[in-house]
Design a protein around this ligand. Structure first.
Ligand code: B12
Ligand code: SF4
Length: 491
């Protein structure tokens, strides 16, 4: 793409987990969509594949970052690099972590000219376009939605920023923003207040556009709690069935929402996998969801989904307030009654903006490092840094219990370890079969070929690709491994 001072770079740092490098991210997609709407050139600089310096030879108007906690530190570093090379480039950041930190971003770093808070793209990109036109910096350095209320985008996502071949053809689509539940460890209800829904017709139009290019089209709904949308979800699923598009998809869901009718409708609308956020099945652990004390309800939901061929991943957090080794044993006992295809999880981390963070004393949480929220994007990578403890566990104890939990799940063969719906969709998007992935997932590393080890290592989020040339070939390599796995079965 020809560069001009009107070119807007959208810079994506390398993610914390290998598989993340091959996703198309919706926040970045929407940033690009708004930039293009203003008649500006949008160019993706994805640092897994690209060298930032290759894009800094000619003057750039602006560089925009959409960051999560795990890539925030790398994003700041890249912004500082651009500032050094091109002092006049306008630098802006938005996305979940900037939304939670708000003006505190300026305490973390002074590198950004503009911080976007929440679903502010119409205003923020408008201000950036104006700044590029006039040559002046935006009047306000912080742009936010008026009251933090969830609102859907006015523009339909334009995914053309993501070059084919580099990324799995799994597209993020959203039908809603915000979450009706208020789990105290989570920041979703703080990122946006209330719930906003896309009109069904608009979501169907997005799916139609995707289906015009791909058959089948693989979709990961990013809604915080897709199954909790009640009659609105029923309307969407019914419209998807009526539209008869070749869409196959996965989403986040909750066991207590799953009825026989909903399971049937989900499958008929193309649902292939669900991620159930369960966190714990024990009494007395502060989870915030309704099903906690009813493992039999979870087992029933899993069975209902299986009746309709839906793959079920269950996610757990070890160490929430109230957790002890006894409650972990109680969760494992509950899990033995369910038939999850996959189980994953990890130790509890206190996150900036969550209810636990804002009222630690109420939940028996003791803060050991008072300045932690502004450093959490760095501490994220330092598992030895202890910044809090609960009344029952220290962080090292949470980590030890979490490792023991994983060991038990694997030793007792309660399901694949951490075969999330996303990894499954990526595999299926290159023609892979579920059974083959499950078989390879449970094969010893030593018995895998070099290619299988690399693909499985990335899908398991154990390793990342080591060089940009390897990254550029990764989707094709996964396709080869998936094809070979099928051929082996056929032979
Ligand atoms: C889907 C999802 C995933 C998916 C897909 C992620 C992806 N890269 O596409 C998966 C499962 C892979 C995932 C992984 C992770 N996730 Co996640 N994920 C979500 C979820 C549910 C939706 C994200 C989404 O696409 N939303 C829709 C888009 C449009 O919204 P958005 O990104 O916020 O963008 C809007 C605004 O922020 C703004 N905006 C965005 N960028 C910019 C840039 C500028 C310049 C401006 C002005 C504005 C702006 O405009 C957009 C609206 O149009 C959110 C919770 C939520 N409901 O937001 C959690 C969430 C974002 N994830 C979270 C976390 C922690 C992670 C992981 C780090 C988990 C882990 N330990 O590995 C990884 C990191 C992945 C990564 N860096 O890519 C946290 C982030 C917290 C934080 N402080 O950053 C959240 C908030 C969940 C939570 N409550 O804890 N995630
Ligand atoms: S954990 Fe899930 S259900 Fe709970 S508040 Fe967060 S997004 Fe909503």
């Amino acid at each position: 793409m020809k560069k001009s001072a009107g070119t807007v770079l959208i810079v994506r740092p390398q993610p914390s987990r290998g598989l993340g490098a091959f996703y198309r991210n919706l926040g970045i997609t929407m940033v690009a969509t708004h930039v293009q709407q203003h008649g500006l050139n949008a160019a993706l600089v994805d640092l897994t594949f690209d060298d930032l310096d290759d894009h800094l030879g000619a003057p750039t108007g602006a560089a925009l970052f959409s960051l999560y906690i795990d890539d925030f530190a790398q994003g700041v570093k890249a912004a500082q690099h651009i500032r050094g090379a091109q002092p006049r480039t306008l630098l802006a950041v938005g996305g979940p972590h900037a939304t939670l930190l708000r003006e505190s971003v300026f305490e973390v770093t002074d590198v950004f000219d503009l911080v976007g808070v929440g679903d502010c793209l119409p205003d923020a990109v408008g201000a950036i376009a104006e700044a590029l036109r006039t040559g002046n910096r935006p009047q306000s350095r912080l742009i936010s939605t008026s009251d933090g209320t969830a609102r859907m985008d006015v523009l339909a996502p334009d995914y053309s920023i993501w070059p084919d071949g580099r990324y799995f053809a799994v597209y993020p689509v959203e039908f809603s923003r915000g979450c009706r539940q208020r789990c105290p460890f989570c920041t979703d209800p703080v990122l946006r207040r209330g719930i906003a829904l896309d009109p069904v017709d608009r979501t169907i139009a997005t799916l139609r556009t995707l289906a015009a290019r791909h058959d089948p089209v693989w979709v990961r709904f990013v809604d915080s709690s897709m199954s909790s949308l009640g009659p609105d979800l029923t309307r969407l699923l019914t419209a998807m069935i009526d539209a008869d598009l070749p869409v196959q998809w996965s989403a986040y869901a909750y066991p207590h929402d799953i009825t026989p009718e909903l399971a049937k409708l989900l499958a008929a609308a193309g649902c292939r996998a669900l991620f159930l956020g369960i966190e714990s099945l024990a009494d007395g652990v502060r989870v915030g969801k309704h099903h906690t004390k009813r493992p039999e309800e979870v087992a029933r939901a899993v069975d209902l989904l299986h009746d309709h061929g839906i793959f079920v991943h269950g996610n757990f957090i070890v160490g929430l307030p109230g957790e002890t080794s006894d409650t972990v044993a109680q969760t494992l006992a509950g899990l033995r009654r369910a038939r999850f295809d996959s189980i994953g999880g990890g130790p509890f981390f206190l996150t900036p903006g969550s209810t636990f963070e804002r009222r630690p004393h109420k939940f028996g949480i003791q803060i050991l490092d008072q300045g932690w929220p502004l450093r959490q994007h760095i501490n994220f990578y330092d598992s030895d840094h202890e910044y809090f403890r609960t009344a029952t566990l220290t962080q090292p104890q949470m980590r030890a219990l979490s490792a023991a939990f994983r060991q038990q799940v694997q030793d007792s063969r309660l399901g694949c370890w951490n075969l999330s719906d996303y990894a499954l969709l990526c595999w299926m998007s290159v023609g892979g079969h579920v059974d083959d992935l499950v078989r390879l997932w449970n094969t010893d590393d030593a018995a895998l070929s070099h290619s299988q080890r690399l693909v499985l290592g990335v899908l398991k989020e154990k390793i990342g690709v080591s060089a940009s040339s390897e990254a550029a070939q990764f989707v094709q390599l996964t396709k080869n491994v998936a094809t070979m796995a099928r051929t082996t079965v056929a032979a």
